[in-house]
Design a binder for this molecule. Sequence first.
Ligand SMILES: Cc1cc2nc3c(=O)[nH]c(=O)nc-3n(C[C@H](O)[C@H](O)[C@H](O)COP(=O)(O)OP(=O)(O)OC[C@H]3O[C@@H](n4cnc5c(N)ncnc54)[C@H](O)[C@@H]3O)c2cc1C
Length: 387
Amino acid sequence: MYHFIIIGAGVGGCTLFKELNEKYPNKKILLLEMGDRRIRYNSTGSEVQILYITALGGSGLGAVGNAMRIDLRDIGIRDREIYEEIERELNVRVVPDSHINERSRYLFRYRFKRTPKFIDFNRCSSCGMCARKLCPYKWTPLRFLNMSNPYSKVIPNFYVSSIVKERDIFKVEGYQLLTGRKVTFQGEKVIVCGGGINSPRVLSSILDNEHLGKNLFVDIFLTVGGVLKNCNLDRSVPMALYKRYDRFLLSPHYSLHLYRAIKEEKRDVSSGDIYGIMVKIGDEGKGFVEGNKVYKGVTERDKRILSKGIKKASHILEDMGIDRIYRTVLRGSHPGGTCAMGKVVDKNFETEVEDLYVCDASVFPESPGLPPILGIVAMGKKLGGIL
Ligand SMILES: Cc1cc2nc3c(=O)[nH]c(=O)nc-3n(C[C@H](O)[C@H](O)[C@H](O)COP(=O)(O)OP(=O)(O)OC[C@H]3O[C@@H](n4cnc5c(N)ncnc54)[C@H](O)[C@@H]3O)c2cc1C
């Protein structure tokens, strides 16, 4: 019997695992994760392609290191100190001069700022691969798994299929993905941290809440760009600068999709000739997850904001000397909102089933419109304090 069972070893799950291990070094804590140490991307949705990662470390493994402070008042966190503590822990620094792409410096004319990142720039080689390979110089949630508590356990390659509660005891059921063996774990408290797409799926086995899976936002983005000979953005720190406008954000971003699209027309371009600016918005929570189905459309409001962002980015790119502007399809890599606080969980992150909690991006009632990792870590610390 475990005191705590955490489902999902992403940003929320790993933070909570660390916090609970520090607080209760003698309690039995189990962390179940369907992935392992490999980065496996999932892509779902139609109108907007939604990206997330299945792995120990969750989508945090593919993060490009952006460490933004988001407004957490909606989830009852008001103190600034929590961010100061997290930034110390993750060693957050703004991107130094040495790591800013030569051509991106042009963006300072538009008052772009250096992005705060959880990357060790004394060692980062600017390979540009942050989202695609494991890097020892970037913080990932894996660092929160090094616990000395002999009673705690992390089980990778374990898929949780359902949760049942019988006389105050939870039965967490699932199977080992490598062997197919079915296993049931028993626990006193369960915290679901499966992320914006999967938490509502796991919870649908035990909760009957009309809001579960609704209100999906993903922070829709696209990259606008073209050919800027030898700019070498592909070998630069991604999103090293940023600027916030009214309801959208712009940031220099090399996109493989953009490169492929341009290459089809212009055979002589290389990846080092592609320059792009990402346009990212905080979209309306109008999508949903229902069983295996995930729907995320683009509302009229989203379209208006996106088109403002595209216009602004195109204008800057033209100023930089890019004559033909291309753009990628719409994507989103910050799924959340599907177990919203106030609708599915209360202010203590607890569902209507006593001792069953949620702690990940699905708890945000609406899109923060900014990279959410720091906010999710703050959430894990807050729940760690409550439990
Ligand atoms: C390419 C990319 C780059 C990004 N860059 C940044 C960035 O620079 N800064 C930033 O702030 N944000 C970034 N994000 C977003 C950020 O990574 C996510 O918002 C964050 O990881 C979400 O945390 P989470 O705890 O909600 O879910 P996740 O981190 O996605 O974790 C959920 C975990 O639960 C596991 N799981 C789900 N269901 C089950 C089940 N049934 N059984 C067992 N395990 C299960 C999953 O495998 C996964 O590991 C990026 C995202 C992507 C995809």
